[in-house]
Design a protein around this ligand. Structure first.
Ligand SMILES: NC(=O)c1ccc[n+]([C@@H]2O[C@H](COP(=O)([O-])OP(=O)(O)OC[C@H]3O[C@@H](n4cnc5c(N)ncnc54)[C@H](O)[C@@H]3O)[C@@H](O)[C@H]2O)c1
Length: 271
């Protein structure tokens, strides 16, 4: 029988921010392929009153309380996995702080007045947190000479946000700007990936960036219309459309790929 390069049965995959919109989609999808999923998040199971522990509806998924900005919290999460006789084979650095027009306006106002705390809290989670999880979980993978790490980026880490799509917010008297810290932190992910990919190549750990475009999640219809006009494919993404790329990058199907950036953005960065 021919080898199935996409096989991830019984792999042990850690997803940071696994309780969020996209993390929970990846979690369910990868579990359906037979992987053991550990969601590291400050929030628990979104379908079970935020509880931590095994998902009562899916024995392949477990929620572990981890704050990725705290080294000891990540170490404790990893130890819970190792103490069960399991070793991590995959890490998806997916947790991040983002802002939408419904977010607190002091974090999303004009750059001239942006408080330093807004900058710091985004970089803390998006870059420091990604560094810490990679350092702790990647080091364990390095000991085992096996692993795949996916670092989640945004198209706003490749190009500047087009703030004209938020012009509608001005009509309601609130000016929304996608925070500069989000773009900058996501740009940092790209070279973070390249660094780790070359650093751990001899340990058989592959590290890639997955860059995503905006996902439809019942946003203000004025936003959806303006955003979609800016996308060559003419619409926002469905979260499920990222499952294929996630499986590709986490599995042997991408065995000759490391230090790369896979862009799935409906063509946003093509013009
Ligand atoms: N949704 C989109 O349109 C979109 C577009 C491009 C890129 N992305 C990227 O995809 C990823 C997931 O996005 P999402 O829309 O699912 O976001 P989300 O806000 O729904 O989920 C993020 C999760 O991260 C968790 N988190 C936050 N701080 C944490 C911490 N300190 N420790 C542990 N967990 C923490 C949150 O509790 C949440 O469950 C992010 O990296 C985001 O930048 C999303």
């Amino acid at each position: 029988m021919k080898k199935d390069y996409f096989k991830i049965e019984n792999d042990v995959i850690i997803i940071t921010g696994g309780s969020g919109k996209l993390g929970s989609i990846y979690s369910n999808y990868l579990a359906s392929k037979g992987a053991n999923i550990f969601n590291f998040d400050i929030l628990g199971n979104p379908n079970s009153e935020g509880k931590f522990g095994k998902d009562p509806e899916n024995s392949k998924i477990e929620y572990i309380e981890v704050d990725i900005t705290q080294k000891s919290s990540i170490e404790s999460g990893l130890n819970q996995i190792i103490n069960r006789g399991l070793q991590p084979t995959g890490l998806i650095n997916n947790a991040a702080l983002d802002s939408s027009p419904s977010t607190d306006s002091k974090d999303t106002g004009p750059l001239e007045n942006l408080p330093l705390e807004s900058w710091e809290k985004v970089l803390d989670v998006n870059l420091k947190g990604t560094f810490l999880t990679s350092q702790i979980i990647g080091s364990q993978m390095a000991k085992n000479n096996k692993g795949s790490i996916i670092n989640i980026n945004s198209h706003y880490g490749l190009v500047s946000p087009d703030h004209r799509i938020y012009d509608f917010t001005k009509k309601s008297g609130v000016e929304f700007y996608k925070p500069i810290a989000y773009s900058v932190s996501k740009s940092g992910i790209i070279n973070f990936t390249r660094y780790l990919a070359t650093y751990w190549a001899e340990k058989n750990i592959r590290v890639n960036t997955l860059t995503l475009g905006g996902v439809f999640s019942e946003q203000d219809p004025r936003f959806v219309k303006e955003y979609s006009k800016r996308v060559p494919l003419g619409r926002m993404a469905k979260g499920e459309e990222y499952c294929g790329p996630i499986l590709f990058l986490i599995s042997e199907a991408s065995s000759y790929m490391t230090g790369s950036n896979l862009i799935i953005d409906g063509g946003w960065t093509a013009w």
